[in-house]
Design a protein around this ligand. Sequence first.
Ligand SMILES: Cc1ncc(COP(=O)(O)O)c(C=O)c1O
Length: 404
Amino acid sequence: MQNLELKETWMLPYGKQTIDAQDVEAVLAAISSSMLTTGPAVSQFEARLAEATRSTSAVAVSSGTAALHAAFDAIGITAGDEVIVPAITFVATSNAVIYCGGTPVFADVDQDTLLVDPIDVERKITPRTKAIVAMDYAGQPCDYDRLRAIADKHNLILVADSCHSLGASFKSHPIGSVADLTCFSFHPVKAITTCEGGATTTNDSELAARMKRFRSHGIDNTHSQRTQAGTHQYDMLSLGCNYRISDLQCALGVSQLNKLPAFIDARENIAKLYQQQFADIPFANLLTQKSSRTSANHLVVMKWDHQASGVSRDELFQHLRNEQIGVNVHYRPVYQHSWYQNRFGQNLSCPNSDAVYQQIVSLPVFPLMQEIDVYRVVKTIRQFATALTPQAITRRPAPLTAAG
Ligand SMILES: Cc1ncc(COP(=O)(O)O)c(C=O)c1O
């Protein structure tokens, strides 16, 4: 029979999970237990997550997208409501607003951090605005002091898309306890993984109860609660989804949470090494890190000066991929995607986001990455940049500027 196994080519990935023997043991124990879903591992994971984020409640769900959807449902986003979201984010942030019938309104980002610009956020507020979403790009927390002041002034809810920033902090407060609701993802490239998975943390017990109901069809109790109570009865109180996360995933989540501080330390060491090494590379700059915040270093993002170098980001990207360096781009401004253009028209624009999207490249960073891997990435970029002597630049074709 033909061997259908895919041959892997070796590429240094931009992100990767860290799974050890304890994780495997935890999953094996969970799969042998009597409850594979809605069981004790789910509550245990939620309790540990609430503890780690110093929040009073955590609601674990099947993905970060589900966490955002549950959060927007809980705060009652519905048709006619506007929610301000950063222009540069993963599409899930604004899609989740649309799932609830709301309208995302895009705010520009700061060019040096790619974090949402509070001035543009305030400019975009209308009488229909109900919430502001902060997205902790690359793991660095947003300016929560200014966003909180704006939210309070206009009586808005502050939601954090912290899918990049579990383990980060703002003024010594762990992310998860700073916004009204904070959403996390546990996809394999994130700070910890449950394979797929997500959670929303909050200090509001009513919102938490509503999200728990939402993740299970809007029904007022779970299968295990009915079993324990010896009843078959349940009532569907609101419209919900099946966004439950399994006990296997949560057992993995608990085991991964034990290692969160070590994962964050490892990421920080890699980010620091990149910072040292980037000091003298022509045309390449890392994002600015603000004081009074610690980053989870989910991404190390480099801005490539395509104008000064005469070479586009995409040419650099292709070169790095050819060198087996698994770079990526996070993210194209959401409104540039075809679905958004068809729905909202083609006139949406946030100048900083449009400009910076042409420059950004995400470099590999994950806890098991070795120093030698960082040196290889940096050396490849340095060689590429220094080869662009003035003569080389004038010989090159005009830079590619099309979005892509
Ligand atoms: C900023 C951001 N928001 C939302 C999500 C969605 O998370 P998930 O993939 O777990 O649904 C992601 C995941 O990549 C993300 O990076």
